[in-house]
Design a protein around this ligand. Sequence first.
Ligand code: SAH
Length: 454
Amino acid sequence: MEYQKNDIVTLEILDCGADGEGIGKADGFTVFVKDAVIGDMVKVKLMKVKKHYGYGKLLEVVKASSLRTEPKCPITRQCGGCQIQALSYPEQLRFKERKVRGNLERIGGFSDFVMEPILGMEEPYHYRNKAQFPVGKSRDGRIITGFYAGRTHTIIENRDCALGVPQNKEVLDRVIAYMEENHVEPYDETTGRGLVRHVLIRYGFASKELMVCIVVNGTKIPKEEKLVKSLRELSELRSLSINVNQKQTNVILGDELRVLWGQGYIEDSIGEVRFQISPLSFYQVNPLQTKRLYEKALEYANLTGKETVWDLYCGIGTISLFLAQRAKKVYGVEIIPQAIEDARKNARINRIKNVEFFVGKAEEVLPQEYEKNGVYADVIVVDPPRKGCDEKLLETILQMQPKRIVYVSCDSATLARDLRVLCNGGYELVKGCPVDMFGGTEHVETVALLVKKR
Ligand code: SAH
C-alpha cells in the first residue's frame, strides 16, 4: 500500500529510535512517531512521507503501553527539553543502555568489551542545578519565559521546569515583574531589538548558593537597583550579574560579564572537593550523578599516586582535582579562560598543588607541549563536548602512548567514532559504563576505558 502525506494510520510502536521517538510499522512501512512509547497502539497523521519511511504526528494513544508513565511536566510534548518523560524510568535506563551499546557496536565496530550496568538516579526530577530561560513575548504581547519548542525558537511558557529547582520560578517571577514595572523589553531575535535575552540560574546543591545572570543585548539595564533589591530578598542569592551579548546569534552567552551585586561566582562541592563556579564556566548540571561519573572515571584511571595525568577539556578543573588526589601530577587543558581562572582558584582553595592548567584548544596545546617540551602521560582523560575529539588530538594521544585512556562522553556516537580511531592505533576497549545524568531526556553520559595493547 502506498501512503501519502496527511494519511491517518493506526499502528503499534515496536522500537525506540536514538532520539527517544517511537518506531512502528504500517503494512511494512516504517513510521517514526515522537512521544510514542514501545508497546503503544497509536493513531498518527503522516506529516512527511519518504520512499521507505515517514514521520507521523501522534493524534491519539489508542492503547497505552505498560511501559508508559504519567509525565510530571504538563507541557513535555510541546517543550523541546525532554523527549522520553512518558517512558517509565527503568525503561528510560534500558533505552540508554541500548543506545550506548548500539553505537559502540554499529559505529565503533566493537563486540568484545564489558558493558557495565547503567548508573541511574534515585529521583529523575528536579536534578538540574542550572537553567537558561529565553525571554520573549507571547502573541498577545505579554513578557514570557520558558523553553524553546523542539527545533524552533518558539518559547513554550514555563517558569517551573520539572527537571529544575523550585528557585527558578521565584527568580523568574521577580525578573519578569521587574521588566513589566520598568518597561524593559525582551529581546526580539528577528528584529535584533529589545534588551533581555536569557535568564541564567545556577544553584549549588551542596552549598545552597544561588546565582542569577541576566543576558542582555546592551551593556546595562535600566533601574538596576530595583532588580537587585527584588532578587536580594531571596536569601540564598550570592551573585547577580549581567552578561553582555549584542550579537545576532544563537549562542546564549557573550564574553563580557558585569557583577551587579555580590560575588561573581557561587561555590559548590562534589565529594570532598570544593568548587567556585562563574556564570561563563561549564559545570556539570547534575551534581549527584556527577559524583558517580567522576568516581567511575577515577576507578578506570586506576591511579597509584605515581602517575602523570592529562585531563583534556577540563572545564573548571573538576575531574583534574578529583584525579590529583591520587596522582603525582595532573595537567588540565580548557578553551574558556574564565573556566581556567576558576580551575586555578579551585586548586588553591582545596590546597591541591600537583595540578597545572593551560588555556587553549586541547588539539593545539597537547601537540605543542608534546612536540616542543616532550611532555609525557601515564593516563589521559578526555571529556569533550558532543562533537567529540579533534583528529589532531587523537593523533597526538596515540603518539604519546599513555597506558590508559579514560574517555568521558556525552554523545555515544562520537565516542564510538573516536574509540575506533584510538583502537586502530593500538588500544583496546576494555569496558564502558553509561551514567544517567539527564533523566527524562534522550541524553546519556558514558565513561570508557582503553588500555594500550602489548
Ligand atoms: N571535564 C569538565 C568539562 C567537560 S565539558 C567537567 O566535567 O566539568 C567540555 C569542556 O570542553 C567545556 O568546558 C568546554 O568549554 C571545553 N572545550 C570545548 N572545546 C574545547 C577544545 N577544543 N579544547 C579544550 N576545551 C574545549
